[in-house]
Design a protein around this ligand. Structure first.
Ligand code: RB5
Length: 142
């Protein structure tokens, strides 16, 4: 499985923990590649969102301090449904009900084990479809 991943300085440590934990996953790390307190999250959010929207069916992970700024920037892209998760259950529901294609995490709010469990749920859970299909379709404004 391929995952586009990115972080700012607030998520740098957690990003590397996740890449080290899931050896079986092919991570495409789109930055930032140094732990620099002056870096900015939107730049990386836009790169990962663009990659996921161009690679149909793919998934992404974005990590900043809270997960919030990354989700706001990524969700500006058409076809992107980025969801912040602070628990494995939220990550599960983001896939099952919302067909989220980007998981965003807070490196300063979520411990490494919880984040890893959330990512596992995100990767292993399928979108349920059915009654959720028209709801997800109508997330995009006309
Ligand atoms: C950076 O200090 C912090 O604001 C950023 O990582 C993120 O939490 C923004 O949403």
């Amino acid at each position: 499985m391929k995952i586009y991943i990115g972080s700012d300085h607030g998520g740098y440590g957690l990003k590397h923990h996740l890449m080290d934990t899931f050896k079986e996953v092919e991570f495409v790390d789109l930055g930032h590649w140094e732990n620099n307190p002056a870096d900015n999250y939107p730049e990386v959010a836009h790169k990962v969102a663009a990659a996921v929207s161009q690679d149909k069916g793919s998934l992404g992970v974005l990590i900043c301090g809270s997960g919030l700024g990354m989700s706001m920037a990524a969700n500006k892209h058409q076809g992107i449904r980025a969801a912040v998760a602070t628990s494995p259950q939220m990550a599960h529901l983001a896939r099952q009900h919302n067909d989220a294609n980007i998981l965003t995490l807070g490196g300063r709010l979520t411990d490494q084990d919880t984040a890893a469990q959330a990512l596992r749920e995100f990767m292993e859970t399928e979108f349920e479809g059915g009654r959720h299909e028209p709801r997800v379709k109508s997330i995009e404004p006309d």
